[in-house]
Design a protein around this ligand. Structure first.
Ligand code: PAF
Length: 284
C-alpha cells in the first residue's frame, strides 16, 4: 500500500524521515524549487521519479539569493497549487519550511564557489550564488538525497552546484535536465507570468538569438564575437527587450573564450519590461 503524502515544515522532522528512508534502503531523489511550478519543474519531478524510490520536492523561496532590489516580496507563491501539480507528477514528500526555520537567528555561514560564481548571473546579481549554494547544501543535509535534479535553464547554477558537490565531497549524484520550451521557443520560467502579451512576443527574441548563433555555429563560425553578434541581433531589434548580457563561455569553467575550440555555452540575460529572463544554449 502506498504511504500517505507528507508535507514537512520542520527541518529536524524532515531529516529524521530521510534518515528512516535511508535506513530502509530507499533511494531518495530531491527536486529543489522555489515553487511557482511549471511544466519545467514537473519534468524534473518525472526525471527523479524514474530514478528513485522516494521523490522529495522542496519549496522554499530563499531570501539569501535575492538582491536588495530584486523581487523577493512579489515572487509568486502558491503552495497548494504547486502541490496539486507536483503530486500527480510523482512526488512522495514535500519539504516546505519557513525562512525562520531555515535561517535561525545568528546564521552567518555561507558557501562560495569562488570562480564559477563571478561571471554572468554572478556579475549582475552579487551574492546570488552564495545564497544558492548555501541553501542547496542545507537542503541536501536535511533531505539526505542520493540524487538531486536541477534544470539546465539555470546553467551557471547547475555548474556551481556540481562543483560544490565535488569540492565538498557531498555523496550526491547531480543530474541536469534539458530546458523545457513552449512550442514557439520561449524557455519556461516562473517569471513568464509577469509578461504582458506584447512582452511575451518580445521575449521570443531570446530563443531566436540563441537559434541564430547556433545556426552560425553549425555553418562553421567559431569566433566568439561573431556568435555573440548573431545572438544579439534579434534581441537588439526588439524595442521591448534590453540586453543585460550575452556571453560565450567555456561550458565547464565559464571562462571567456575567443574561439570555440571545445564545448561552450552561449548564455544571456535580457530585461523584457521589468522582467529579467535568462536562457542559454550549449554549442558543441
Ligand atoms: O533554481 C531554483 O529554483 C533555486 O535557485 C534553488 C535551486 C531551489 C535554490 O533556492
Amino acid at each position: 500500500m502506498k504511504s500517505p503524502f507528507e508535507i514537512f515544515r520542520d527541518p529536524a522532522a524532515m531529516r529524521a524521515r530521510a534518515e528512516d528512508l535511508r535506513r530502509d534502503g530507499r533511494k531518495i531523489a530531491v527536486v529543489p524549487t522555489m515553487g511557482a511550478l511549471h511544466e519545467g519543474h514537473l519534468t524534473l519531478v518525472r526525471h527523479a521519479r524514474a530514478r528513485a524510490d522516494v521523490v522529495i520536492l522542496t519549496i522554499f523561496v530563499n531570501p539569501t539569493q535575492f538582491g536588495p532590489k530584486e523581487d523577493l516580496s512579489r515572487y509568486p507563491r502558491d503552495e497548494e497549487g504547486d502541490l496539486a501539480k507536483a503530486r500527480p507528477a510523482g512526488i512522495d514528500l514535500a519539504f516546505c519550511p519557513s525562512a525562520e526555520a531555515m535561517y535561525v537567528p545568528g546564521s552567518q555561514t555561507f558557501i562560495e564557489v569562488r570562480e564559477l560564481q563571478q561571471p554572468l548571473e554572478g556579475a549582475s546579481r552579487p551574492g546570488h550564488f552564495a545564497g544558492v549554494a548555501t541553501i542547496v547544501s542545507k537542503l541536501f543535509h536535511i533531505t539526505k538525497p542520493h540524487l538531486a535534479v536541477f534544470g539546465e535553464k539555470d546553467y551557471q547554477q547547475l555548474a556551481i552546484i556540481r562543483r560544490m558537490v565535488r569540492d565538498l565531497d557531498f555523496d550526491i549524484e547531480i543530474q541536469g535536465v534539458p530546458i523545457v520550451r513552449e512550442v514557439d521557443g520561449l524557455a519556461l520560467s516562473s517569471r513568464n507570468v509577469y509578461l504582458s502579451p506584447e512582452q511575451r512576443v518580445a521575449a521570443l527574441s531570446l530563443s531566436r538569438g540563441l537559434a541564430a548563433a547556433a545556426a552560425a555555429f553549425e555553418a562553421g563560425e567559431r569566433s566568439s564575437a561573431a556568435l555573440v553578434a548573431a545572438a544579439r541581433a534579434p534581441i537588439e531589434a526588439e524595442p521591448l527587450a534590453r540586453i543585460d548580457y550575452v556571453e560565450l563561455r567555456d561550458a565547464d569553467e565559464l571562462t571567456t573564450v575567443e574561439r570555440v575550440e571545445r564545448r561552450a555555452v552561449l548564455a544571456l540575460a535580457v530585461f523584457v519590461g521589468a522582467t529579467r529572463l535568462i536562457d542559454n544554449r550549449v554549442l558543441a
